[in-house]
Design a protein around this ligand. Sequence first.
Ligand code: UT7
Length: 331
Amino acid sequence: MNNMKKAGIIGVGGYVPERVVDNFEMEKIVDTTDEWITSRTGIRQRRIASDSQATSDLAVEAAREALDSAGIKAEELDLIIVATLTPDSNMPSTACIVQDKIGATRAAAFDLGAACSGFVYGLVTGAQFIQTGAYKKILVIGAETMSRVLDWKDRSTCVLFGDGAGAAVIAEVGEDEGIASFELGSDGSGAEFLIIPAGGSRMPATCEVVQERLNCLKMSGPEVFKFAVRVMADSAKRVVESAGLQMSDIDVMIPHQANTRIIESSSKRLAISEEKMFVNLDKYGNMSGASIPFALYEAHRSGKIKKGDNVLMVGFGAGLTWGAAVLKWSI
Ligand code: UT7
């Protein structure tokens, strides 16, 4: 007999900064065009944090809404996980800053580093504590200020990303609800394809490395593209099968919002209709760790995801990493 409890999402929240930067504004910053960005990526605009906003500020807004949506108080939280590649600082964790700002006096807190797959990694990690009964209420946040790690002179990356945060409260749910299956994966042989080279122990930030912009994100776009197309479809198929479902049973798919061409290709490979794919990257760009939770939040808020729906989420990103999960939506 399996005595494990079922873990699911009982509340969601989201936040994006007010400032909208559209592709025409990007044309004034780097040698690019709205036509190139739209046709190669599907992105039309992105949000950029104000000078006074750090990642924890975005995370706190999303967290408060998720707590309201779950109908619980911050004091009830046992654990806060913040998935981010743009922490407020390397130390302490951004999760601890959030813990203090929301008044989650009983909660443990840590950051999780799995880049764009971070929210799925965080959800699955948090779920283990719920399933064993060790913890009852966990807040998982994906939050990023990507604008702070972009090279604003590199047109091949700076047009792609945006800032934002999404959050989910996870707790025990009914036997037929919650996480039905998951897959987490990594392939560190592709570490160089998506990397912020400087600022860590390999290459500490010095004046020289900053002048060379090695403290900014570097990406081999076509390599990541090939990986993404393969891993999105393959891991989606495996998690749907291990949930005991067919692809036709999936009501909504939340893919990582990186590029509409990747999403369209996955939709074809999985034979899942494009109407079932939730896409909001035209408005926000790639928000990395915030991409999936913010999309979940918008999909829930707009009524696209309803109670009882089978939801499939698939993330991929730096590491290289990927994470996929199937959930029966319980709110
Ligand atoms: O969440 C993290 C995961 N990241 C991703 O999923 C990103 C995956 N990769 C991609 O989405 C695509 O590879 C990109 C959108 C990044 C690039 O699209 P691509 O079709 O692979 O273009 P490319 O890198 O092969 O570049 C094609 C051309 C190049 O010019 P030449 O060498 O053909 O003359 C680039 O210099 O497009 C040029 N280019 C641009 N032109 C105008 C690159 N960026 C731009 C730009 N505006 N912003």
